[in-house]
Design a binder for this molecule. Structure first.
Ligand SMILES: [Zn+2]
Length: 431
């Protein structure tokens, strides 16, 4: 059965062109073999026998959204340390599947994982690509290439050992090049590093301090680019941001402390920032705050405040912005990325068109996927959302997953009204 792949047709919708920012009314989209075959005025659509037609009259169709920064193996529970102690590493595969499906259900058809338990993310990517389970398109790294040494790890030994399993800590030019090649071999599509400490890291961790030498960072970038991988760097403080941008890193994650000079550099190098405002916003909630040591509380409040100022400044000056939440960090659950899109309007100052562009084509460009996804164009993968209500008119519609009557990925209807409806084809079952 089903030898000939049926065409999927979305008829008469208002289709969002994420490149121009315009909406084309009465437009049809024809999908075949995972890809967009044709887009044009509905009266020019040539019907074929067997076409599976979705009537999108009065509805709004847009490209599937791109979430550029999550950690798929952790749930986002405030009790994150306890979760780590209670979870067997093999369980991460199933937790990750559950988490990525939440992104799919909420309209994100492409998700970049920013650091996961070794092996989990590349394996899940392959399983989803094979059509075994419903899930978003994954762009994964594996072990982070980390610069330890600028902070004291304030944790029991077994947790420090867990971190060592989780990340690579090379030093010197040859070692970092080896680390990049090892990532490629392990199935990573890009490289994740860090040029500053983190908000949650030990009390001595400074979010402004950076340890990599310039030569090491440049070597990471050169080796990654040579292997067709982009590089993302976690960076809160200005010194680490500047160092990363100068080394040619492609996306700056968090970008919390920016000033005019840092913005000049981001513009000069065409570097993307991924704001992850949701991460800081989740941490400053009273429940989370009372669980943190006093030093971390202080640091978190400062980062949350500065992020809003920095991202607004960056946007006003024209820095490229894509969407990411850092979901998986404490209090930051998967499936809330629509809220980050809303924050781009409320905190950063984008209009709704710009926010939807950040969530689609800009996300695709930031992670080197724009030849394949990010817009509804002939030849691209058919990752499409059909919305009952138009988020351009009210950005809150992007946060309501029930607003998506259909989430289509790879030309398959994966989600209808929030529920997963895609299951592996029955043809593999015995007769
Ligand atoms: Zn992260």
């Amino acid at each position: 059965m089903n030898v000939k792949e049926e065409r999927l047709v979305i008829n008469s919708g208002n289709v969002f062109d994420s490149i121009s920012g315009k909406v084309n009314p009465n437009t049809s989209i024809v999908v075949k073999d995972r890809k967009i075959l044709w887009v044009g005025p509905t009266d020019q659509y040539e019907k074929e026998e067997g076409d599976n037609v979705i009537d999108a009259t009065g509805k709004f169709a847009m490209p599937g959204m791109v979430e550029c920064h999550v950690h798929i193996y952790v749930t986002g529970t405030p009790q994150y340390e306890r979760e780590q102690l209670r979870t067997k590493t093999d369980m991460y595969h199933y937790i990750a599947l559950n988490n990525v499906q939440k992104h799919l259900q909420t309209g994100f058809t492409c998700v970049r994982d920013a650091g996961c338990y070794p092996g989990v993310a590349p394996a899940l990517r392959r399983i989803i690509d094979q059509g075994v389970v419903a899930g978003p398109r994954l762009v994964v790294t594996d072990k982070g290439i980390w610069q330890w040494g600028n902070q004291e790890a304030v944790a029991p030994d077994h947790m420090i050992n867990f971190d060592r399993e989780h990340d690579q800590v090379p030093y010197g030019v040859d070692a970092v090049k080896h680390a990049v090649r090892d990532l490629k071999y392990r199935g990573a599509q890009y490289v994740k590093t860090a040029t500053t400490g983190g908000v949650l890291h030990g009390m001595e961790s400074k979010v402004s301090f950076t340890l990599w030498t310039e030569e090491e960072l440049v070597a990471i970038v050169e080796e990654a680019h040579r292997n067709d991988m982009h590089v993302a760097s976690h960076a809160h403080g200005k010194a680490g941001i500047v160092k990363a941008v100068k080394a040619g890193i492609d996306t700056i994650e968090h970008a919390s402390f920016l000033d005019e000079e840092a913005v000049d550099l981001l513009l000069k190098n065409d570097t993307y920032i991924i704001p992850t405002q949701t991460a800081a916003m989740s941490l400053v909630s009273p429940t989370l705050m009372q669980m943190m040591p006093p030093e971390v509380q202080k640091k978190t409040i400062e980062v949350d405040k500065q992020m809003k100022i920095s991202h607004k400044l960056a946007f006003e000056r024209g820095v490229k912005i894509a969407i990411g939440t850092d979901a998986g960090t404490p209090g930051n659950y998967h499936g809330n990325t629509g809220n980050e899109v809303r924050l781009m309007v409320e905190d950063v100052g984008m209009n709704t068109t710009q926010a939807l562009q950040a969530a689609t084509i800009e996300g695709a460009r930031a992670i080197w996927m724009d030849e394949k996804i990010g817009s509804i164009e002939k030849g691209k993968f058919a990752d499409i959302l059909i919305c009952n209500q138009n988020p351009l008119e009210n950005i809150n519609h992007i946060t309501d997953y029930k607003n998506f009557s259909h989430v289509i990925k790879d030309g398959k209807i994966m989600v209808e009204n929030g529920q997963i409806v895609y299951f592996s084809p029955k043809k593999s079952l015995p007769k």
